[in-house]
Design a protein around this ligand. Structure first.
Ligand code: NAG
Ligand code: NAG
Ligand code: NAG
Ligand code: NAG
Length: 371
């Protein structure tokens, strides 16, 4: 009792430190759907039950963009986002990534975007696409729009005027194309997107739903874009490196797919050369990374450490809660992709996660006023 004031100060200091460390260990996860929120709550409950250090709280955001705002202003701390969103989060909101998904346990590659053509099409080069015909999985998709159009802008084949009107520039550039959804009000509010961007589309068996942004358009999606080239409507299709193999050997029972032969198709490389279908690692327009967990810069380490403890407990769980399974939630890829093997720590900035090819490509769209 010599220095009662001193004791009080120590007690207060301890209290402050304790409350700070608890505060520090709260991670508020921004979820954007009921399924995500439910899985987040299950993870939080199971983590607490296993005495995992740190506390997970689940908050709700209206959209990924809303989650970016919430993480920036501190009402949330973390959220899983896909490549284009990661770019927006970094570029517009100054956020970064803590960990990213790995499908092979080694790197954060999701897929390669490749340009596919018929072997018999000679005279075809990625550096001279003017007036050619093209098949795209869908309007504003990463594979079917962002990557190929960004590539054509970066190589100065397409230029957008001050209006920054990409559909017009693309319509002027290609002879005819199929870009499912390009005439939907959502992507064409003024109704004046070029008609030739639907001219390689075929609709359904009754010629309806031409250029629809769904599978009724038979050239929709990656399989549809492949079909569009296989059936000779387009010179080039922009697809994933896996698309051909996903539709071969009876995996797709439609007659056009059963007729496919590997020798009939080739890849067009960004340097103007060509390659066979197996050479996507050296012949692609972009490498698209897997999803990653977006955080504030100062939280990178803290969130990584928490997720490291979480994945050690739940990544390879054979019973009970399983971090990379979505079977209980009525849809695939809830919170994390189901094909994730582990979460990798991201030491560099968000652009290092996105990689040079994809970052360059996204820069082509800066005039659209991303933020
Ligand atoms: C753990 O997760 C399972 C789903 O895998 C869920 O049914 C259960 O309620 C969770 N446990 C706790 C304590 O939250
Ligand atoms: C944080 O951002 C969200 C989303 O924009 C907003 O709803 C909320 O009011 C903001 N909170 C604070 C404390 O600024
Ligand atoms: C889970 O198992 C896979 C396959 O054995 C392994 O590659 C991965 O590193 C494991 N994940 C964790 C977090 O231990
Ligand atoms: C973009 O263009 C520059 C110069 O033409 C080139 O060096 C770079 O590799 C291109 N990037 C991509 C992703 O194609």
């Amino acid at each position: 009792m010599d220095h009662p004031g001193g004791h009080l100060a120590v007690v207060l200091l301890v209290l402050v430190l304790v409350s700070m460390s608890t505060e520090n260990n709260i991670i508020r996860w921004c979820t954007v759907s009921d399924a995500e929120e439910q899985k987040c709550l299950d993870l939080a409950g199971n983590a607490t039950a296993r005495n995992i250090r740190g506390q997970l709280l689940c908050v709700r955001g209206q959209s990924p963009t809303d989650c970016m705002k919430q993480i920036k202003n501190g009402t949330a701390d973390a959220s899983t986002m896909y490549a284009d969103e990661i770019y927006t989060a970094g570029f517009c909101y100054g956020l970064d990534v803590a960990v990213g998904e790995s499908y092979n346990g080694v790197d954060g590659i999701n897929y390669y975007v490749v340009a596919l053509a018929r072997t018999s099409s000679s005279d075809l080069s990625m550096l001279e696409m003017h007036e050619r015909s093209s098949c795209h999985p869908g309007m504003r998709t990463t594979v079917g729009w962002t990557v190929p159009i960004g590539f054509l802008v970066n190589t100065s084949q397409i230029s957008v005027d001050e209006q920054c009107n990409f559909p017009h520039a693309v319509g002027d550039f290609f002879g005819y194309s199929c870009v499912p959804g390009v005439k939907d009000p959502e992507h064409d509010p003024k109704g004046n997107n070029p008609r030739n961007l639907c001219e390689a589309c075929i609709g359904d068996e009754n010629d309806r739903h031409i250029c629809a942004n769904n599978p009724r358009e038979r050239h929709f999606g990656e399989a549809g874009a492949l079909r569009c080239v296989a059936e000779n409507l387009g010179d080039v299709a922009f697809v994933k490196h896996t698309t051909v193999f996903d539709n071969m050997e009876g995996k797709n029972q439609e007659s056009w797919a059963l007729d496919l032969e590997l020798e009939d198709l080739k890849l067009l490389c960004p340097d103007g050369r060509e390659a066979n279908l197996f050479q996507h690692e050296s012949c692609h327009l972009a490498v698209v990374p897997t999803n990653a967990v977006v955080v504030r810069l100062e939280d990178k380490c803290r969130v990584y450490k928490f997720l490291e403890r979480v994945q050690n407990a739940f990544a390879n769980a054979t019973e009970g809660f399983s971090l990379f399974s979505s079977v209980n939630y009525g849809q695939p890829d809830v919170l994390f992709s189901d094909s994730t093997k582990k979460l990798l720590r991201v030491m560099g900035t968000y652009t290092s996660w996105l990689g040079p090819s994809y970052t360059t490509i996204l820069k082509a769209f800066e005039c659209e006023g991303l933020c």
